[in-house]
Design a protein around this ligand. Sequence first.
Ligand SMILES: Nc1ncnc2c1ncn2[C@@H]1O[C@H](COP(=O)(O)OP(=O)(O)OP(=O)(O)O)[C@@H](O)[C@H]1O
Ligand SMILES: [Mg+2]
Length: 383
Amino acid sequence: MGAEVVVEGLTKSFGRQTIWRDVTLTLPPGEVSVMLGPSGTGKSVFLKSMIGLLKPDRGKCVINGVDIVSCSERKLYDVRKLFGVLFQDGALFGSMNLFDNVAFPLREHTRKSETEIRQIVLEKMEMVGLTGAERKLPGEISGGMRKRAGLARALVLDPEIILCDEPDSGLDPVRTAYLSQLLIDLNAQIDATILIVTHNINLARTVPDNLGMLFRRELVMFGPREVLLTSDEPVVEQFLNGRRIGPIGMSEEKDTATMAAEQRLADAGHHDGSTEDVRGVVPQLQPTPGLPERQGVRRRKDRVMSILHTLPPAAQEGIIESLTPAEQQRYGVHPHMMATVPAGHRPSPTPRSNVGSERIQGDLADIPQSQWQPPQQGPGGGA
Ligand SMILES: Nc1ncnc2c1ncn2[C@@H]1O[C@H](COP(=O)(O)OP(=O)(O)OP(=O)(O)O)[C@@H](O)[C@H]1O
Ligand SMILES: [Mg+2]
């Protein structure tokens, strides 16, 4: 199973420029998470901080009991071996062919023989659809192929944690759909903890178990996918629908006068730039038939059901509706529960600034029967 990553109060600045502050989130083991955020909000800086390539000013990032912010160089070197990272620019060595690029971490970090290395490299290159391109130089292949070669290289050390910085950028929609499937299949096969940074709304809606968003130097939200997909927080809604109207502007922040002026134009019928207005929880991508079931999904169900009562009502509905009837029975929940909560007890639909558990607990309704607790595991297992 992939490692859990616990980030607590992480803050990073360059000189006097604070990139983000007090970022707190947990990447649950073996689950897939996506981090969204406008350009320049510090998503790449966040990934680099998680592997200790950049040093945060404050806070912790704990992996297998080691805080990579404060640990020794030696410990950091060991922890880094748990990671497979696909950098935003692919970061391939221009003078090495794809085979040698993908083989690089194995030659650097292991004592494997060239025969073993060859077997692993060819296997990973096949996984990302690059069979036959082993001898090509990075400069001789398309941008999408470079991304996939970067992904193959991220996979060779059998990572427990995979970080992907915009794996889809520069890819056409069909390749992006294949890549989304590849990430889910990969997770089913190796049960790694995966964090993907992307601007691709479709990928964000269909791939991850958890979604988060960075904006204005803060983690606006991070939680189960259903929370962001049903959120009425203006920043999240705007981003997930790719609209101009909303708090996000061309240069990240928009002032109220600009917002009002744009709203007037939109009200007068000027197109707001979005191609669709999708709300609600769309079905999540499943592993290709024939592959093992994703272990993370099973664990996530128990995890999410144990915090269900702390989540906003729309997210609760989305989660309950995604369960099979048998699962609904097991957890003691049923769809449209919110309709049964007396109106006076329903939380108001006001935008929230954070879904971090402590900030939302106060204004949520008590939902009958939804406070499911994990069963005591007997020798026969809990299911
Ligand atoms: N090494 C560095 N030194 C100084 N400033 C940096 C450094 N790396 C990043 N920054 C600054 O940090 C901010 C966040 O950059 P980052 O690359 O993390 O954004 P991003 O969210 O990944 O954007 P994009 O979506 O465009 O990739 C930017 O203002 C950038 O200029
Ligand atoms: Mg970036």
